[in-house]
Design a protein around this ligand. Structure first.
Ligand code: FAD
Length: 564
């Protein structure tokens, strides 16, 4: 028997397994449904992240339900299925979130331990700031004092300059009222446009498998099992009058032998925003009506399980550009790709060693925006954003593959403070059946209003003098979308997700009449179960989500250790 069994080796689970096993008295088993990340070159090469999902053997290959806000389109929803979880297949943009985000987590859970200031010790443990791959002079691109150089995950500024970088920065000077320069958004002040960080070290992906699991691999008190999908948690008795769930059933695939594994202390669910709530539901913890419909006997009725999903909708906007120096050619032309691969193999530099966005920014609607007459501002606070802009030196559109010719720039917009909420639920007691995933993107007036305004902001951004002679026409319907109504139609036809869903096993205050876990991440109404992954975040943060999830996992590991 192990002291702790951790289910899922992603951003949350790898941190918990690695941190718990630092104490040689604690024995830990980490079970991961997918394969190992080791030896997969495309996982290591940053720009090849674009090829890892959707619908590959490294992906869970989920599809959403038809989305009413997106003209009833059903969209692919990738999730990593290998050691490192989604951090092994993601686009590696790294941030911590806004001060407001964590202060709001603290206030809704009534636990000051989630406050921004208190969480910075965990950022220290997570981030290891290193030089960018090309070793360029980073003066003016970051504030070194806001970073840690002692953490587990290598973090760096982009390692390959692109022709749009200087134009983005010039625009922040030219249109500084609307698009001010932000000298470093990792320190909690996220508003404005600046340089983007990525979980990349030495031109190589630094996933949770690389940063946390690999250094722990030699520990005799940590076992990591791959190809091991948890299918159900079982009741092992009663403790303080509530059911205790210390046994987990694990198998390689449908029909394969099933192993029952017992934890002496706790089982930690880190299966992610989709995996964790579905495992709870398969085990009888969820909404009793939904469980009954799926043929699962209810052990604990909790209607919050699988609800409250919040996500960042993504809207790609693409322009033709007057340049041949874009990543389109590298990824499309086998000869150029060969040259880039040789360069990456030699010294980890060049386009392949970098992530997809050298600059990004976080912006607010104006205070006078008409939507605030009817909708209370849903941002985490006054220093948090309503939408994000990411600048990409190539064609980006999850809905439409790149055309065979042409060079492009994309201004990708993301809706950061959505008021829409989605859900996930099982429809069968078969753990291999796909759940119904409904992120419910762009379902509210606020969300559509904000995306329409964001499109107008992106058009204003590229109308700056800095883009003269570089940007040509917009493609994919953007050029002709002029009135609010036309832009709304364009938004609904082109929006997708930036894969940041959280909140389906959300924390709430102890004793609250909603929520799935207490502020110490213990599942409400049961014994022996905690959740440490993106599902516990009650609101999607002002960040690409791996950073905030790393931080909560570092604190989660501390909370677990404290109870050992
Ligand atoms: P995951 O990292 O998804 O880990 C869950 C793990 O649990 C997986 O390994 C999974 O296989 C395993 N698992 C699930 N169910 C079971 C089960 N029943 N039994 C055993 N194991 C199980 N974030 C950023 O910050 N920056 C980005 O640039 C970025 N880009 C992204 C691009 C894509 C294509 C995707 C998919 C995500 C992206 N994200 C990005 C999001 C980020 O990676 C996730 O938010 C984060 O990794 C979630 O952490 P997690 O621990 O909650 O879940």
């Amino acid at each position: 028997d192990y002291d702790y069994i951790v289910v899922g080796a992603g951003a949350g689970g790898a941190v918990v397994a690695a941190r718990l096993s630092e104490d040689p008295r604690i024995s830990v088993l980490l079970v991961e449904a997918g394969i190992s990340n080791e030896g997969i070159t495309d996982v290591a090469i940053p720009l090849m992240g674009l090829s890892l999902t959707p619908n590959t053997m490294l992906d869970w290959n989920f599809t959403t339900t038809p989305q009413p806000g997106l003209n009833n389109r059903a969209i692919a929803y990738p999730r990593g299925r290998l050691l490192g979880g989604s951090t092994s297949v993601n686009y590696m943009v790294y941030m911590r979130g806004s001060e407001d985000d964590f202060n709001r987590y603290a206030s809704v859970t009534k636990d000051s331990g989630w406050k921004w200031d208190h969480m910075q010790q965990y950022a220290q443990r997570n981030e290891n700031l290193v030089s960018p791959g090309d070793q360029h002079n980073t003066t003016g691109q970051l504030i070194p004092s806001q970073h840690s150089t002692s953490g587990a995950i290598s973090v760096s500024l982009a390692g390959n300059p692109t022709p749009i970088d200087s134009r983005v920065i010039a625009t922040t000077r030219e249109l500084s009222d609307e698009f001010p320069f932000n000298p470093d958004m990792v320190g909690g002040n996220i508003l404005g446009i600046g340089w983007s960080f990525a979980s990349i070290g030495n031109g190589t992906r630094s996933s949770s498998a690389v940063g946390y699991l690999a250094p722990a691999a030699g520990r005799s008190n940590l076992d990591v099992v791959i190809n091991a999908q948890a299918t159900k948690l079982e009741v092992t008795g009663k403790v303080r009058n509530v059911p205790s769930f210390r046994r987990v059933l694990v198998t390689e695939k449908a029909g394969a032998p099933v192993l029952a594994l017992t934890a002496k202390h706790e089982i930690i669910l880190s299966a992610g925003t989709f995996g964790t709530p579905t495992l709870l539901q398969l085990s009888g913890i969820g909404d009793r009506n939904e469980l009954r419909a799926a043929g699962v006997a209810t052990v604990v009725h909790n209607p919050s399980v699988g609800k409250n999903m919040s996500d960042h909708a993504l809207l790609p906007n693409v322009w033709n550009v007057n340049s041949s120096d874009t990543y389109d050619s590298v990824l499309r032309n086998p000869d150029e790709f060969k040259v880039s691969l040789a360069q990456w193999t030699k010294d980890r530099t060049g386009p392949l060693g970098s992530h997809i966005t050298n600059n990004l920014g976080w912006l607010r609607l104006p205070k006078t925006a008409s939507i605030f007459k009817t909708t209370h501002d849903p941002a985490a606070g006054p220093k948090s954003s309503h939408f994000e802009m990411l600048f990409v030196n190539m064609w980006v559109n999850p809905n439409v593959p790149p055309p065979p010719t042409g060079n492009f720039m994309s201004v990708v917009l993301a809706l950061i403070s959505p008021t829409s909420r989605g859900s996930i639920k099982i429809t069968s007691s078969n753990p291999f059946a796909k759940p119904l995933i409904n992120p419910n993107l762009v379902a509210t007036d606020f969300d559509i209003f904000t995306l329409v305004e964001a499109v107008k902001a992106a058009k204003r951004f590229v109308s700056a003098k800095a883009w003269k002679g570089y940007i040509q026409d917009a493609v994919g319907g953007l050029e002709t979308a002029k009135t609010d109504k036309q832009i709304e139609a364009y938004v609904r036809e082109n929006t997708n997700t930036i894969w940041h869903a959280v909140g389906t096993a959300a924390m709430s205050a102890k004793g609250a009449n909603y929520g799935v876990v207490d502020p110490d991440l213990k599942v409400k109404g049961v014994d022996g179960l905690r959740v440490v992954d993106g599902s516990i975040l009650p609101f999607v943060p002002n960040a690409h989500t791996e950073g905030p999830i790393y931080l909560i996992a570092e604190r989660g590991a501390d909370l677990i250790k404290k109870d050992f």
